[in-house]
Design a protein around this ligand. Structure first.
Ligand SMILES: Cc1cc2nc3c(=O)[nH]c(=O)nc-3n(C[C@H](O)[C@H](O)[C@H](O)COP(=O)(O)OP(=O)(O)OC[C@H]3O[C@@H](n4cnc5c(N)ncnc54)[C@H](O)[C@@H]3O)c2cc1C
Length: 468
């Protein structure tokens, strides 16, 4: 690459592109380096033989008016309003999701319901022990009975470790302020026809998939370069400054020099790319932070529609995937006319048996289970597509914070480096938070002062138990 850039951005997901967009609008010279052949990262849309699907349906929702305005301006008449309706499918029945107490109690029958309510009431009376794990948190807020029925299996399926090893911080970042008591109050408010603040029944979506948002940002970043298929592999530094980055592009190497660097690539990868190497304890800390990976299996069906839902959650471990969505229910432009697809999400660690299964095997297993669940018939399946996604979910294991803070402390010593986004900051950011960190990092370069660690810290009510 010729010449020195004002800023080099590592990663063309929403965080990195939002940084580049902000700098480009301020007429600054910026370059984005992305390892994939398309932009969008976790928020990309895969196009396959006329079908389109996200890596797990991506609902856009924000409480930040500036981000909402930006997204509306970028997507304008491509935006559609999708109806949100999610269910948990368990014991052959549908339960509302997020869990609604009356619906859950009705579905479980009188005996089990009575046990749940008594158990929850007793839990409220018990002296509080300190909340360290996800299990502690759920039992304190919902009772052990409900934990065992709805949360345990699902959480362990998603995370691959037992609930007493998942940090309660994860829940704190995701489902602030929720308990069986609050949910019961919500249900009563609804009976009184007052609209509870906790229910978001509609959401914005892009008619051609969430990936259009990143594509539109990329268009606005032009003529500044967004280099695709270009994997950053070394980050040179000296005296507390990043000097340049080296990236592999097909069979050639390029070195890019900039005054400022914004990184949205996984924090653990960044640490390992630094040259000279960081101190041993920082490298050790990076090897202790883990992400959960996911395998997406899309099954294309020769029918106009299979369900009427936005998401279906499958907690039971005997079914290997954890969530299904039908893109046609988000926007009809997601499939060719008269056809639909079901997109399933498997959770695993890369390198595990599931990750290493062939695409054909994964499709076969998925079709068998979808058929067993009653969603499709094998004869209606016309195509499939498998996408393996690394680093989908930061895994907040009990004790992770010590390692995390050591890494942050070390990286904060570089005066021209900022970390943004979900994998870049190892934080549970949704799309809007990822964009906000990207925009604020760019504004810091433009002379403003923002603390990126405060993004997504507001004490607001979030109702989801599933990680996004
Ligand atoms: C299954 C799932 C469902 C979700 N659903 C929702 C939802 O409904 N609503 C919502 O708001 N959010 C949702 N999210 C979260 C959302 O996807 C993220 O918040 C957002 O995409 C994060 O963007 P980012 O730019 O921070 O990270 P990423 O998208 O991870 O971007 C990082 C980029 O860096 C690139 N990269 C990595 N290593 C290198 C390297 N060495 N060199 C160059 N490039 C590199 C990657 O390819 C990637 O493009 C969901 C996430 C998942 C996994």
């Amino acid at each position: 690459m010729n010449g020195k850039f004002g800023t080099a951005v590592l990663g063309a997901g929403l965080a990195g592109l939002a940084s580049a967009y902000t700098l480009a609008k301020a007429k600054k010279r910026v370059v984005v380096v992305e390892k994939d052949s398309q932009v969008g990262g976790l928020s990309r849309t895969v196009v396959h033989n006329g079908f389109r699907f996200d890596l797990g349906g991506h609902r856009f929702f924000t409480k930040n008016p500036e981000i909402e305005e930006l997204v509306k301006n970028l997507l304008s008449d491509e935006l559609v309003v999708a109806r949100r309706s999610s269910k948990i499918f368990m014991r052959g029945k549908y339960f509302d999701y997020p869990l609604k107490p009356f619906n859950a109690l009705l579905g479980l029958g009188m005996r089990e319901s009575a046990k749940i309510v008594i158990d929850y009431s007793l839990e409220r009376l018990r002296s509080r022990k300190s909340i360290i794990s996800l299990e502690d948190w759920v039992v304190a807020n919902f009772g052990r009975e409900l934990f065992n029925i709805f949360f345990k299996e699902y959480s362990e399926k998603v995370w691959g470790i037992s609930c007493d090893r998942i940090s309660a911080e994860w829940v704190a970042q995701r489902i602030r302020g929720l308990s069986l008591g609050v949910a019961l109050k919500d249900a009563l408010l609804r009976i009184n026809h007052r609209k509870p603040a906790t229910l978001i029944r509609e959401f914005l979506y892009s008619a051609k998939g969430i990936g259009r948002l990143a594509e539109r940002l990329r268009e606005e970043v032009a003529p500044n370069p967004v280099l695709l298929g270009c994997r950053v592999k070394r980050v040179d530094h000296a005296r507390g400054r990043i000097l340049n980055i080296t990236a592999q592009n097909c069979d050639s190497e390029i070195t890019i020099e900039a005054s400022n660097y914004i990184s949205s690539i996984p924090i653990t990868s960044l640490v390992k790319m630094l040259s000279p190497e960081p101190p041993e304890e920082v490298l050790q800390a990076a090897s202790k932070l883990r992400f959960r990976d996911t395998v997406i299996v899309a099954i294309m069906v020769n029918k106009p529609r299979v369900t009427s839902l936005s998401w279906i959650y499958i907690p039971e471990k005997k079914i290997p995937f954890g969530r299904i969505h039908e893109p046609n229910n988000w926007s009809e432009a997601m499939s060719p006319r008269g056809k639909t697809s079901l997109v399933t999400e498997y959770f695993c660690f890369s390198g595990e048996k599931l990750w290493n299964m062939s695409d054909e095997e994964l499709a076969q297993v998925t079709v068998e289970h979808l058929e067993e669940l009653g969603f499709i018939k094998e004869k209606d399946v016309i195509d499939s597509r498998v996408v393996r996604v690394r680093n989908a979910y930061p895994l907040l294991e009990v004790g992770y914070r010590r390692h995390y803070e050591m890494i942050l402390d070390y990286l904060s010593g570089f005066e021209n480096l900022q970390l943004v986004g979900r994998t870049g900051m190892f934080r549970y950011h949704n799309m809007d938070h990822a964009m906000e960190t990207g925009i604020k990092a760019a504004r810091n370069i433009l002379g403003e002062k923002h603390d990126l660690l405060t993004v997504n810290c507001a004490t607001e009510y979030i109702e989801e138990v599933h990680p996004r």
